[in-house]
Design a protein. Structure first.
Ligand SMILES: N[C@@H](CCC(=O)N[C@@H](CS)C(=O)NCC(=O)O)C(=O)O
Length: 229
């Protein structure tokens, strides 16, 4: 029986946060084209939303949107939320941090194309600062070489989100591999460890055959590639 339908574009970007969680949890799901909902049906849904990803839960016949809300929902459904108040709140904070980074790296969701000076300042100042935040968070909660997770001894949605962010970034733009390794070595290792989990690994192999190194698509991906290249 089908558990979920995910409506998103043929790209990893925000969709992978949800897809990695669904794969990790062993959920039965289908991926649908975002255009089946967006833009014409968005406002007609019960629980309307502005933009993909949309997640349809079959058992409750409910649509959800906003990537962090979808991921928190799946975290609750599949028991991937930390139990303590601090780490539970930090799980949401981590997903929101990831979503902020997606907004920043795409220059406010592609509203403006990157200019060299702004890009250099983002890549060499702001992005490393974000990486340090993740590294320090992991170290504060017991992440060590080869063991532990971002928020403690158990895997949570925060690890899925961190991997969907940095794992995808490094795969789509191998130029970032050294940046992450130098600035946040424990996060680099964590992403590799999460990507090696059996369900996630086989999903990523298939996805990467299909999409290659595609990231967020459109003019903004071309602008990003121009800056990095
Ligand atoms: N805050 C939303 C952002 C949604 C968003 O920007 N979606 C992109 C794809 S990743 C889109 O298709 N946007 C079209 C639009 O905003 O009209 C979320 O986290 O889900």
């Amino acid at each position: 029986m089908l558990d979920y339908k995910l409506y998103y574009w043929d790209l990893p970007f925000r969709g992978n946060f949800i897809q990695l969680m669904l794969e990790e949890a062993g959920a039965q799901y289908e991926r649908h084209e975002a255009t089946e909902i967006y833009p014409d049906r968005s406002l007609k849904l019960h629980n309307p939303s502005m933009a993909p990803p949309y997640l349809y839960e079959c058992k409750s016949k409910t649509y959800y949107a906003q990537m962090p809300a979808c991921l928190m929902h799946l975290g609750r459904e599949y028991d991937y939320l930390p139990k303590r108040a601090e780490t539970h709140t930090l799980a949401l904070k981590t997903i929101l941090d990831c979503n902020d980074i997606l907004v920043e790296i795409t220059n406010w969701n592609g509203q403006v194309m990157w200019q060299k000076n702004d890009w250099e300042s983002f890549r060499h100042s702001r992005l490393p600062q974000w990486m340090q935040i993740f590294e320090k968070t992991g170290l504060d909660h017991g992440l060590k070489g080869g063991e532990g997770y971002l928020l403690g001894s158990q895997i949570s949605v925060a690890d899925i989100a961190t991997t969907a962010l940095f794992g995808t970034l490094v795969y789509s733009f191998p130029e970032f591999e050294d940046d992450l390794q130098q600035t946040a070595p424990h996060i680099a290792e964590l992403c590799q460890r999460i990507e090696a989990r059996p369900a996630i690994k086989s999903f990523l192999i298939k996805q990467r055959e299909e999409y290659g190194r595609g990231y967020c698509g459109g003019q903004i991906e071309r602008s990003l590639r121009k800056m990095i290249g």
